[in-house]
Design a protein around this ligand. Structure first.
Ligand code: AHR
Length: 501
């Protein structure tokens, strides 16, 4: 067995912004209808929301959910989804070729967020609409009373403002697939003007401006630079989106995608700093990684459902064991960049590229990726600390020296606990690891969790919901303050230690 060493350095990266454990629910496929909302389901509450789904979401401690899109938002008329339900129109959603009934709109969604304990991350439509609708929506949601839209909200039964704090200025506006796709100049101008009026209506809101749809876009970096030149003074965050996949069955490369995500974040961070310097600005622009996940299993499956159905099963990736390892390591990358990334959204939350799956009428289940998200969201809080990792490496398309070991560490001072999130991404080498806790003195080993030992392709399904579940190996040892463990090849791990305060 090869040896590896981990050292917790006395270096705080940042206080983790809990919003990095955000998620995303779009009006796409069965995310909303028969996902979170299914009146008539045995688990439905009086408002039609599924309790089984809500309870799985609550367990994940998701602090915020981006809504209503995604591509969907670029054709959305938010007024369709408010007011008496029986008067709401059914519209063609041109993003996903679906018939949108508008039975769930921002009021219902906000009600659901209250049930699961999450905040809204609201998006305005800068595709088919513009600055006027953006300011009206802020007025409807956040203005106290005595104006057309705030009184309209009250007439819909909601007297108190919703007070949504975080807003996206459109979605993936650089993409030709987007309704109302724009050049960087066109988007920069409209985003700047929308941002201004939205903040005039409610100066307490924070705004996310669209970065590139992914790092592979031909205009990547120039897009960010141009858009920030127009909007720098009016926005708070720049968005990043990235989906990872293993379509060619190259697992060693797939398991190294955390490194790609890290490069992407650093790259975009450099663009922000360049524009800051150019403008002589004081404030920093932080990053909102508001769409990230594994997504490729369901590519090409749109043809299995009929265009213009009201509920189309779309983007229903069935995740396997290796996907869970990748998601675990992407979360480590987010933690290791928590000085720059303040918001992140696992895309998405239910049914469409999601950790939670449902079938109409039957019980919800957890996909494999649910587990690393669950543990990292629960314990990856407090201060993120820098780790030094030393060990073997392997060759793959990401790097000729891809470290087998990946990791992140957080310290929660309230209860003096240290959490180590570790990935052994080597496809073949088990590691014998000694862990030096640096400035911390360990008192007790609290918990050891692992996702390990499964064939890469094994998945959880409706019929076999527990085919891949975490285990609690007895291979970690704390002796005379020294911690050591075995990390099996292809494994995601969590080690929690009680620290002497
Ligand atoms: O999350 C699915 C889709 O991926 C979103 O609607 C879009 O923003 C991205 O391309």
């Amino acid at each position: 067995m090869q040896k590896a060493v981990i050292q917790v350095l006395p270096e705080k990266i940042a206080d983790v912004d809990e919003r990095i454990y955000g998620s995303f629910l779009e009006h796409v496929g069965r995310a909303i209808y028969t996902g979170i909302y299914e009146p008539g389901h045995p688990e439905a509450d009086d408002d039609g929301f599924r309790n089984d789904v809500a309870s799985l979401v609550r367990d994940l401690r998701v602090p915020l959910v981006r809504y209503p899109g995604g591509n969907f938002v670029s054709g959305y008329e938010w007024e369709d989804g408010v007011g008496p339900r029986e008067q709401r129109p059914t519209r063609l959603d041109l993003a996903w070729f679906t018939r949108e009934t508008n039975q769930v709109g921002l009021g219902e969604f906000s009600q659901w967020l209250d049930k699961v304990g999450a905040e809204m991350m609201m998006a305005v439509n800068l595709g088919s609409r513009g600055i006027s609708d953006a300011r009206n929506l802020v007025e409807y949601c956040n203005f106290p009373s005595g104006t057309f839209y705030s009184d309209l909200r009250a007439s819909h039964g909601r007297k108190e403002p919703y007070g949504f704090k975080l807003w996206c200025l459109g979605n993936e506006m650089d993409g030709e697939w987007q309704i109302g796709h724009k050049t960087a100049q066109e988007y920069g101008r409209i985003a700047c003007e929308a941002a201004k009026v939205m903040k005039w209506v409610d100066p307490s809101i924070e705004l996310v401006v669209c970065g590139s749809s992914n790092a592979g876009m031909p205009s990547f970096r120039t897009w960010e630079e141009t858009v920030l030149r127009y909007t720098y003074d009016h926005v708070d965050y720049l968005s990043l989106h990235s989906y990872y996949g293993n379509p060619n069955g190259d697992t060693p490369t797939f398991l190294a995608q955390g490194i790609e995500m890290d490069r992407f974040i650093k790259d975009v961070g450099r663009v922000c700093d360049r524009v800051k310097a150019e403008k002589g600005a004081k404030k920093d622009i932080y990053l909102s990684f508001d769409e990230w996940n594994v997504w490729y299993h369901s590519f090409g499956e749109e043809s299995k459902s009929k265009p213009w159905d009201t509920v189309r099963p779309l983007l229903e990736d069935v995740y396997n064991f290796e996907d869970a390892l990748v998601v675990g390591s992407l979360l480590m990358t987010l933690l290791n960049n928590s000085d720059r990334v303040r918001v992140a959204c696992l895309a998405q939350l239910v049914n469409a590229i999601a950790p939670i799956m449902t079938r109409p009428g039957s019980k919800a289940w957890k996909q494999t990726i649910y587990y690393p998200y669950y543990y990292t969201s629960r314990y990856g809080r407090g201060e993120a600390l820098r780790l030094r990792l030393e060990g073997p490496s392997y060759v793959c398309a990401v790097s000729d020296e891809t470290p087998c070991l990946d990791g992140a560490c957080t310290y929660l001072s309230q209860d003096s606990t240290l959490s180590l999130f570790l990935l052994n991404r080597s496809p073949s080498e088990d590691l014998d690891v000694s862990i030096d806790l640096g400035p911390f003195r360990a008192q007790k080993l609290l918990e050891r969790v692992a996702l390990e030992g499964y064939p890469y392709q094994r998945s959880n399904t409706n019929a076999h919901p527990d085919a891949v579940v975490p285990s609690h190996p007895q291979d970690t040892c704390l002796e005379n303050g020294k911690l050591s463990t075995r990390l099996n090849h292809s494994s995601w791990n969590l080690i929690r230690v009680q620290i002497i305060p």
